[in-house]
Design a protein. Sequence first.
Length: 104
Amino acid sequence: MAAQTDTSASLAAASSGITPETLSQKLQATLDATHVAIEDMSGGCGQAFNAIIVSPAFEGKGLLARHRLVNSALKTEIAAIHAWTPKCLTPEQWEKEKQKMGEM
């Protein structure tokens, strides 16, 4: 049964065409993102993604407004997947985040 489910999930992902790469490309083009890192959390079936998105378009916007920008840019893709978790940062916030990670 699990093999059949895995096969079905793989076919669904392939037919939807949603991959970390396609999501990344669309965000870079739509939001002028300077850094996009997307991780497929679904084991390759393309149904759950975590993302770090860095864009100057987020400057001066709160968390909800940033998420709305991203969700608007990926409206079609988000409708076709199960879970989407974006982390939206300005370039300045991203630099601070990278420094924190370097200290660990």
